[in-house]
Design a protein around this ligand. Structure first.
Ligand code: BEZ
Length: 211
């Protein structure tokens, strides 16, 4: 069954390039980003893993742990790691799950049979400190992901977890946000002391409250 927003992220124990982990224990109180790769020694995945590794400091700043998965063995991943470092100029610095029996891929519905019977699609799940799934995105094997977009969504999720705001189209950290419609103007006066601009009664724009 598909993993949906608001569900508890399925827990699992799996071998990774950094040893055996229990997913929920490994997450601890952090946010988590779990992403799948169709196969080892494939070109697009090689570039993605290099890019995630280069951005690890940005995830750390956001108290988010990152973990990849590919439906090959950890032994195979260890061979691939050398190619990632050689071609992308960056060593892998986070765990990559070995999932040859597709146990985790099945738990997270990462195999879409009408796309491919055996390979995972490029899934991304963002999981909150409460272990609930906050975001899921699915890309086809032919399209590499955008790491900046994943960081951008993480910024939005963390902001909107703490403040009664939503982030508009193409929003980036530091830009104005929208007061959610469930907050009355009366309550907004206390919650948003910087004030707001009402373009419509339901579209109230305010400076990002945590800046
Ligand atoms: C890739 O990562 O390059 C890839 C993997 C599976 C199918 C197509 C491309």
């Amino acid at each position: 069954m598909a993993v949906r927003l608001g569900d508890i992220a399925p827990d699992f124990t799996a071998d990774t390039t950094e040893g055996t982990i229990n997913f929920h224990e490994w997450l601890g109180n952090s946010w988590g980003v779990l992403f799948s790769h169709p196969k080892d020694f494939t070109p697009v995945c090689t570039t993605e893993l290099g890019a995630f590794a280069k951005a690890k400091g940005e995830f750390d700043k956001r108290n988010a742990k990152i973990i990849g998965l590919s439906v090959d063995s950890v032994e195979s991943h260890n061979g691939w790691k050398k190619d990632i470092e050689e071609t992308q100029g960056q060593a892998l610095n986070f765990p990559l799950i070995g999932d040859p029996d597709k146990k985790v891929a099945d738990l997270y519905d990462m195999i879409h049979p009408n796309a491919n019977d055996t390979l995972t699609v490029r899934s991304v799940f963002i999981i909150g400190p409460d272990k609930k799934v906050k975001l899921s995105i699915t890309y086809p094997a032919s399209t590499g992901r955008n790491v900046d977009e994943i960081l951008r969504v993480l910024d939005s999720l963390q902001l909107t977890a703490d403040h009664q705001v939503a982030t508009p189209v193409n929003w980036k950290d530091g830009q104005d946000v929208i007061i959610v419609p469930s907050v009355s103007d009366e309550d907004a006066k206390a919650k948003f002391p910087k004030g707001w601009k009402a373009l419509k009664p339901y579209l109230r724009v305010t400076p990002q409250p945590n800046k």
